[in-house]
Design a protein around this ligand. Structure first.
Ligand code: NAD
Length: 463
């Protein structure tokens, strides 16, 4: 299926139509929102196999992995929005106060208007449909811009969205930089951008022109800190598995490992064993590891591995023709290595030897706050030391990736890894204006509020 880009000149009209549709007030009805959310669940359920085909076409992604991690996760988020929309959207009473209760202070959870979602290639279903569910639940109209780097998924969603959702309120616009630049010239009521930090700066600058609030879901280099007394076998397996999900093209990927120098050989051996256990057949032929998304990313990761000064333990090959990057373990990697210069987004796992946990913490703190920090230890003091002396969007002990699925938890970055949260109730709140409202009865003046009026007198009370 080929992806047809939206004509740049049509984009302002699409935006205008969304604004007009929002103003009709159709999205105020909770029943309408629920129906749209249900339709969105059906979009996923009815097209389960076609969605897996699209993952495979774009990324050569194993169908089981796509189902386990992305399709299931997407449906879970959609159902959560469907199940909770009445509760989330209901007005909230302010905490009781004798001084103010008579004004009926109430927070109305109001839709912001027209929301823009810009999503990346690597989790192209989850990262578009989950925020979409939050935007529908909060009663917004939505303009979606899927990544042009995953064209099969973008084309599929372009076909399906108008078949399942109200086309007046939810529109997909396709394209690359010229189309996205045009979109960003227009005023939105909120922008959610998921992608890399470089483009995030472009989005923020464009949003500033209209004072549009922006949520940024970015990435970064997520480290694993190893306590030598951890359950080494399990740690190695969970890190290696997490690294190879989607061939490392995941914002949650463990990017590199920090290990005490004296323990490096033992841990590298454990990582090697874990890899051969997870991949008894070479993934180049088994099809159990995703490909790089395109030639330019394959070339980027090839340059990173070709220029490393670390020692390659296994792997190291990038086949430009098939865009296959071999799972690669590299030891003795230093902070100034090519592999440490940017978020890898590749199935490469550098092991960086450090003196001890203090040096590991310093190493992390010298860099941008990562999206995730992973700690492997059975010692709660060790875990607490790492958690409380670093900053990151999320932090997980003794596992990788799965923590993001824990029900009811916020997910989002901090500093260089983003701002704001995008799951469950948190994404609903992101797209909601918390409107403070009151209603003051006339009897309030003699009873409580007369002292505000001039001329002031000495009876003015103080708290
Ligand atoms: P990207 O920044 O290249 O592209 C993301 C989106 O921005 C695409 O829709 C693209 O069309 C658009 N875009 C690209 N250049 C643009 C420009 N000059 N002006 C306007 N729009 C432009 O990101 P990517 O390579 O698709 O995704 C990888 C990044 O996304 C990684 O850094 C990863 O960590 C991050 N990510 C973060 C999360 C999260 O939830 N925090 C999830 C997935 C991916």
């Amino acid at each position: 299926m080929s992806l047809k880009y939206t004509t740049v000149d049509d984009i302002p009209q699409i935006h205008q139509d969304l604004r007009r549709a929002f103003r009709t007030g159709k999205t105020k009805s909770i029943a309408f929102r629920k129906q749209q959310l249900l339709n969105l669940c059906y979009l996923v359920e009815d097209n389960w196999e076609r969605i897996k085909d699209a993952f495979f076409a774009d990324l050569g992604r194993p169908r089981e992995e796509a189902q386990l991690l992305e399709l299931n996760g997407t449906l879970g988020e959609l159902k959560e929005a469907y199940d909770n929309v009445e509760k989330w959207a209901a007005p909230e009473k302010a905490p009781f106060s004798w001084l103010w209760f008579a004004m009926s202070p109430t927070i109305r959870n109001e839709s912001k208007g027209v929301v823009l979602l810009i999503s990346p290639f690597n989790y192209p279903l989850y990262l578009l449909l989950c925020p979409l569910a939050g935007a529908i639940a909060s009663g917004n109209a939505v303009l979606m811009k899927p990544s042009e780097l995953s064209p099969a998924m973008a084309a599929l969603l372009t076909e399906l969205v108008p078949r399942y959702l109200d086309p007046e309120l939810y529109q997909v616009v396709n394209g690359g930089i010229p189309e996205t630049t045009k979109i960003l010239e227009l005023p939105f009521d909120h922008i959610l951008y998921t992608g890399g930090g470089r483009v995030a700066r472009v989005v923020l600058a464009a949003a500033a022109r209209h004072l549009t609030p922006v949520t940024l879901e970015l990435g970064g280099k997520s480290p694993c800190v190893i306590d030598p007394k951890c359950d080494v076998k399990t740690a190695a397996k969970r890190i290696m598995w997490g690294k190879l999900v989607n061939a490392g093209q995941l914002c949650l990927s463990p990017d590199y490992v920090l290990v005490p120098e004296w323990f490096q050989e033992t841990f590298v051996e454990a990582l090697k064993n874990a890899y051969y256990e997870l991949h008894p057949i070479d993934p180049k032929v088994s099809g159990q590891v995703t490909r790089m998304v395109n030639e330019s990313h394959a070339a980027r990761v090839k340059a990173l591995i070709d220029n490393t000064k670390g020692t390659i333990v296994f792997g190291g090959e990038v086949d430009m023709e098939t865009k296959y990057a071999a799972p690669t373990l590299i030891k003795d990697v230093r902070g100034d290595d090519s592999l440490m210069s940017e978020e890898l987004f590749a199935p490469f796992l550098p092991v960086v030897p450090v003196k001890d946990v203090d040096e590991a913490i310093e190493f992390i703190n010298e860099r941008d706050h990562p999206l995730n920090i992973y700690v492997f230890t059975n010692n709660s003091a060790f875990k607490e030391k790492v958690f409380s002396n670093t900053r990151s969007g999320t932090a997980a002990a003794n596992d990788t990736i799965l923590h993001v699925m824990a029900y009811g938890m916020p997910f989002g970055g901090v500093g260089g890894s983003g701002t704001g949260c995008t799951t469950g109730k948190y994404i609903f709140d992101t797209f909601t204006h918390k409107r403070c409202t009151t209603d003051s009865p006339g009897w309030l003046d003699p009873a409580l509020m007369a002292a505000r009026y001039t001329p002031y007198n000495k009876s003015a009370f103080r708290l």
